[in-house]
Ligand binder design. Structure first.
Ligand code: V0V
Ligand code: CO
Length: 140
């Protein structure tokens, strides 16, 4: 079914977790993971503030909503705190989007956009991945 010459992704970049209180959640995760956050950033275009923890070559991304009408704000109101998305690291987001589009997968973003840490990202609709919202992340 899959072509080993064409791996979809090179790693799990991060797991996004929606939280009500970013400061409290960051403190709790610092104690649980035994290490402090490596990054904090407001991404106005996505309506979030994030706190990142490093785990191996991947991150845990705590997400606070910048308002009730944002993606994470609506998620929190509907479902409460919990896992919000899985982000796959890819070499080329635009190419990965083309591949998925060609496979008939429903996209959220038709074109790549800026993420945190200077990354380029795009979201794929949860219906394509069995109820899990998927993000594609290109570093650098
Ligand atoms: C909503 N649904 C989800 C979901 N959010 N399912 C799984 N995971 C999620 N995160 C379901 C919801 O339960 C409904 O299911 C259905 O989708 C429609 O829900 P809705 O509340 O009406 O939401 P929509 O359709 O307005 O928006 C859902 C999408 C939206 C996924 C399209 O959240 C979106 O555009 N997300 C992409 C942007 C984003 O999430 N940004 C924040 C992270 P039923 O009830 O119909 O079954 S920013 C980030 O990660 C950054 C910056 C980074 O990493 O660098
Ligand atoms: Co993310």
């Amino acid at each position: 079914m899959s072509d080993p010459a064409l791996p979809f992704a090179t790693a799990i970049d991060h797991i996004g977790i929606a939280v009500d209180d970013l400061d409290a959640a960051a403190e709790q995760y610092r104690n649980l993971l035994g290490a402090g956050p490596v990054h904090r950033e407001r991404v106005e275009s996505q309506g979030v503030e994030e706190v990142l923890f490093r785990v191996g070559d991947s991150y845990v991304q705590l997400l606070g909503a910048l308002g009730p009408e944002t993606a994470v704000g609506k998620f929190l109101a509907k479902r409460g705190e919990g896992m919000h998305h899985v982000a796959y690291r890819v070499d080329d987001v635009a190419a990965a989007l083309d591949t998925l589009r060609g496979a008939g997968v429903r996209l959220v973003d038709e074109t790549p956009r800026p993420g945190s840490r200077g990354t380029t990202i795009a979201f794929v609709h949860p219906s394509a991945f069995r109820g899990v919202l998927v993000e594609l992340v290109q570093e650098g």
